[in-house]
Design a protein around this ligand. Structure first.
Ligand code: ZN
Length: 197
């Protein structure tokens, strides 16, 4: 777990040099390297760190490795500590689920500025594709309830059942069937990176 005392002045300077600090309520975007999922990253103590997590720690909060730094603004590159709260993985999921429910209408960010909308929200009512189906299967293996998965991806529970029963997307479900616990762990770790841990 990364602690405030582990973040040297040099690293803090590097961090703030790469953050586009604006007004207190604005998003402060990371100007440096982004990981594929859209979060900022930097090296501290020779390890990759996600910059929104660094921001939480720099604001004086402790952030154990098993907890998420969640964005209230849904902008993954945002490092404004006021836009970040600490949650468990299930809270993060519940938060995304709620945002999926809210993500309707023309005033939502996904409509007004789709380019700033993170991938998670694109899942709202998303057309299924290989990656989404893979994620559905992984979530199920992690004991997330079908109805919660359905809400998250904006599809019906019948669609979820069809996938899990192998009636649809057989080419994906067949591959996933032989997954070892290690594979699931690896996939989970990848999902955590892409979902804001
Ligand atoms: Zn923000």
């Amino acid at each position: 777990m990364l602690l405030l005392k582990d973040i040297s002045w040099e690293a803090q300077k590097r961090f703030w040099n790469k953050v586009d600090v604006r007004g207190p309520e604005d998003c402060w975007l990371w100007k440096g390297t982004l990981v594929e999922a859209g979060y900022g990253k930097m090296n501290i103590l020779k390890k990759h760190q996600l910059t929104h997590r660094v921001s939480v720690i720099l604001s004086g909060r402790e952030l154990p490795g098993d907890l998420c730094a969640c964005h209230t603004c849904d902008v993954r590159a945002c490092c404004n500590p006021r836009h970040l709260f600490i949650g468990t993985r299930s809270e993060n999921l519940a938060d995304m689920t709620m945002k999926c429910r809210r993500a309707r209408g023309k005033t939502h960010r996904s409509f007004t500025s789709p380019e700033s909308t993170p991938r998670g929200e694109k899942h709202c009512g998303a057309k299924l594709n290989d990656n989404i189906v893979r994620e559905i299967i992984i979530l199920k293996k992690c004991d997330v309830m079908s109805k919660d998965i359905a809400v998250r991806f904006g599809v019906s529970t019948a669609t979820i059942s069809n996938i899990l029963n192998g009636n649809r997307w057989k080419h994906i479900t067949a591959i996933q069937e032989n997954y070892s616990a290690h594979d699931v762990k690896h996939e989970l770790a990848m999902m955590e990176v892409s979902h804001g841990r």
